[in-house]
Design a protein around this ligand. Structure first.
Ligand code: MG
Length: 394
């Protein structure tokens, strides 16, 4: 009903602009002649003093796009590079725009540039969702709004009894998949390092039994010898994947490890664009792609990465440092391609503090609403101040 009313208001608005509401939808859109008129990076300060950045796009029709929180590095590049280039842009024409921006700088292939392009792309998706009165995952062709979340257990104690108690508690809460971190040790830990990291796996398997998938993230801390030693001994406990054993730059080590172990190897939160992903997939280096839609080029790019993944028969399970874009892409894809969403238990406690509708799994399931775009609505009761910020050099 809400969407219907918004659409009615929109059509009424068009009528006042001289656009007859009886026109077909394509005619309405053509006549709407949407253009971006203003770009704002908004710094939101909470009553708790916490600060977050959101990107807001305005149009000549009054429809806006909102995305956040966005990273500082992205915000600065949006302000310095994309802001002026967005003015006058047709927000419905995203494919050509993305390509144009990817060609617009010789440094566009990675890092802060493509993080900024991701923020812009995601805000444009939100804007389009609000324009069409549909959630992003529906615009992308999705049909499911319930997504299975995996518990991402960064920050919890690894003291054996606390580790096992938390794993059991999460299982009780409905998490059938849990990811734990083995990043405190590595090649410099001496002969006991691998032993300790295998012990974490054994303790967890003992705690949750056989009906919970266990994944492990080494956060770039290992080398090939350490990874081989760990995988040989951990295989008996059937991990669902080992994530980022090496730096993303070390493609050869990923290839070698994947050849030697039956444990699926995962990486991708530091992939920039489909071109990075392609290098790993054609080399059979990984079985799980974890590209992050706020770092890899946005929703538009992650959808392409999903298509690429289907060609190679691997999963895309996006990195979950942030959730809106990741959830909508996962919901837009077949469950066989994107079976899970990462949910960082500790971080997500407060990450969406400034939003009315915070993603919270119930019994391990995240549910998407039918609010248009990403459905982000700021919660004024938590906000002390909102102001545009700028990094423009004077
Ligand atoms: Mg990770």
């Amino acid at each position: 009903m809400v969407n219907y009313m918004k659409r009615r208001n929109f059509l009424t608005g068009l009528a006042t602009l001289g656009v007859a509401p009886h026109l077909g939808i394509s005619a309405e859109i053509k006549r709407a002649n949407l253009k971006i008129t203003k770009v704002e990076v908004l710094q939101i300060t909470g009553k708790n003093k916490r600060k977050m950045l959101y990107l807001k796009l305005h149009t000549n029709e009054g429809i806006t796009g909102l995305y956040g929180p966005i990273d500082n590095e992205a915000a600065m590049f949006v302000d310095r590079f994309f802001k002026q280039r967005l003015i006058g842009q047709d927000p419905l024409a995203y494919e050509a725009y993305w390509d144009k921006m990817f060609r617009a700088s010789r440094h566009s292939r990675g890092s802060h540039y493509i993080m900024a392009l991701s923020a812009v792309d995601n805000a444009l998706w939100d804007l389009r969702g609000r324009f069409f009165g549909q959630p992003v995952y529906r615009l992308l062709g999705g049909s499911r709004n319930k997504l299975r979340a995996y518990a991402s257990c960064l920050g919890f104690s690894q003291e054996p009894s606390a580790l096992q108690a938390k794993a059991r508690e999460l299982k009780q809460q409905g998490y059938r998949h849990q990811k734990w971190f083995v990043r405190d040790r590595g090649p410099s830990s001496g002969p006991t390092g691998v032993e300790e990291d295998v012990k974490v796996v054994r303790l967890l398997r003992d705690a949750v039994g056989d009906d919970v998938d266990l994944m492990f993230d080494a956060f770039w801390k290992w080398d090939l010898q350490y990874a081989l030693a760990w995988t040989r001994r951990a295989e008996q406990y059937r991990p669902r994947w080992i994530e980022e054993p090496f730096q993303t730059a070390n493609l050869d080590a990923f290839i070698e490890l994947s050849r030697e172990t039956s444990i699926p190897v995962a990486t991708g939160e530091h992939f920039y664009s489909r071109y990075d992903v392609h290098k790993f997939l054609k080399a059979d280096a990984i079985m799980v792609v974890q590209a992050d839609p706020e770092w890899c080029g946005g929703v538009s790019e992650l959808v392409k990465i999903c298509t690429l993944a289907t060609v190679h028969g691997v999963n895309v399970i996006p990195h979950g440092h942030s959730l809106h874009a990741a959830m909508h892409v996962v919901a837009s894809q077949p469950i066989e391609v994107c079976p899970l969403v990462e949910y960082l238990i500790q971080k997500m406690n407060s990450y969406y503090d400034f939003e009315k509708h915070q993603p919270r799994p119930i019994n391990g399931i995240l549910e998407l609403s039918d609010r248009p775009g990403f459905g982000i609505e700021l919660d004024d009761s938590k906000i002390a101040d909102i102001r545009p910020v700028s990094w423009q050099q004077t």
